[in-house]
Ligand binder design. Structure first.
Ligand code: SF4
Length: 389
């Protein structure tokens, strides 16, 4: 096996219907369109594999959209194509993102046959009224059913996605969601705060409220910034009491179940994105596929020439190394920085490190630099300090 590590991401841009807060590249599609898309994806796999002959694949991630909207056999076909064209490690982490209401026993059987060993289930909330407000297609009971079926089929590595700071959400509602999820003991929990994104129905409804909140005025529907912070601290405490370790600002896991795909991304491991709008990072170059479905389905845009390229210079790569690496609780390694960029961390960021440490926002120990608890609560500010102007 080659020594260079690679991660694969396959984008499945289809959902049963669009959630009201969602600005991801996703849309509803009928069966024929989905089949056509999978055929194009298989063709793209064949064509792009040549770029990666010197890499071994350590993780495969089917993301979306809702990959579990596809018939199980299509996930199996895609994995077959990957196995035939890439050097996939025997112990590779293979994740499929699933939504309750789209998962069936038959699909889970195909996932097993395809070598899928990790599921990531989008629950967001265990409160059916909140789910309805978000425009989700499922109920909490359907999540329990999907989770139970996955366990029954022998899936021992499951992530559950949750979202806090929802409109009208109170502290006790969030605690109730956490407790309900903790009761089924998933190996991994991702807990993000709601972002009100432009161009979504939520933006029309709550955009003004978001602006009030940003300007320090009391919001009418969204929880205040203090409440959002309180929810974050509650999450951390409840999960820690149940044996979860926080390894990134918003990700918690049982020891040894960290998501390899996420860690690779934060550590700048090369990755190849396949499918509509997916981006790649190979040999210090970032490139991405078209976001236009019609163009993608024409199948004429899989060659390297048709990708949009961004060449990252050393300065940009150093910034990314800091932005992404500091999201992890273990922070970044001084020696890895020096190895990657041929210069000492102090020579580039000496003043910033000293200033942030004096403010109590960064800690430096055993050759590593990491955020403190105070730094996590103002992480956007801390990370922005690493921009090299
Ligand atoms: S299921 Fe996920 S990707 Fe699909 S519309 Fe909802 S939030 Fe967006």
């Amino acid at each position: 096996m080659p020594s260079k590590e690679l991660e694969l991401y396959l984008h499945i841009p289809f959902c049963v219907r669009k959630c009201d807060y969602c600005d991801f590249l996703s849309m509803p599609a009928d069966e024929d369109l989905r089949r056509h898309y999978v055929d194009c994806l298989i063709e793209e796999i064949k064509q792009k594999a040549a770029l990666c002959s010197e890499y071994r694949v350590t993780s495969v991630f089917f993301g979306g959209g809702t990959p579990s909207i596809l018939p199980g056999v299509q996930i199996w076909e895609l994995m077959e194509a990957l196995q035939r064209n890439f050097k996939i490690c025997e112990d590779a982490e293979v994740t499929v993102e699933c939504n309750p209401g789209t998962l069936t026993r038959q699909k889970l059987i195909y996932y097993k046959m395809a070598g899928v060993n990790r599921l990531s289930i989008g629950l967001q909330s265990a409160n059916n009224q909140e789910l309805q407000r978000l425009g989700r297609i499922h109920t909490y009971e359907e999540f329990l059913d999907s989770f139970g079926q996955a366990r029954a089929m022998g899936f021992k590595n499951i992530n559950v996605d949750l979202m806090s700071a929802l409109p009208g959400q109170k502290q006790e509602d969030w605690i109730d969601t956490l407790n309900k999820v903790l009761a089924v003991r998933p190996e991994h929990i991702s807990a993000y705060s709601l972002m009100v994104e432009e161009g979504t129905p939520f933006y029309d409804q709550y955009g003004e409220d978001e602006r009030r909140r940003e300007q320090g005025e009391p919001p009418l529907y969204l929880p205040s910034e203090e409440m959002e912070r309180e929810m974050y601290l509650i999450t951390q405490e409840l999960l820690r009491n149940k044996g979860y370790v926080r390894y990134e600002i918003s990700n918690y896991t049982f020891p040894g179940r960290e998501c390899r795909h996420n860690i690779g991304y934060w550590k700048l491991i090369p990755y190849l994105g396949l499918g509509l709008g997916s981006s790649s990072f190979l040999e210090e170059v970032r490139f991405s596929n078209t976001k236009n479905l019609k163009t993608y389905l024409s199948g004429e845009n899989f060659s390297q020439e048709d990708c949009a390229y961004v060449f990252l210079d050393k300065r940009q790569r150093m910034e990314e190394f800091m932005f992404l690496g500091l999201r992890m609780m273990e922070g970044i390694s001084r020696s890895v920085f020096q190895q990657m960029f041929g210069i000492k961390l102090e020579a580039v960021y000496g003043n910033v490190l000293e200033q942030l440490q004096q403010q109590g926002l960064l800690k430096q120990q055993e050759g590593r630099v990491a955020l403190t608890e105070a730094g996590i609560s103002v992480s956007n500010y801390v990370l922005s300090e690493f921009l090299l102007l």
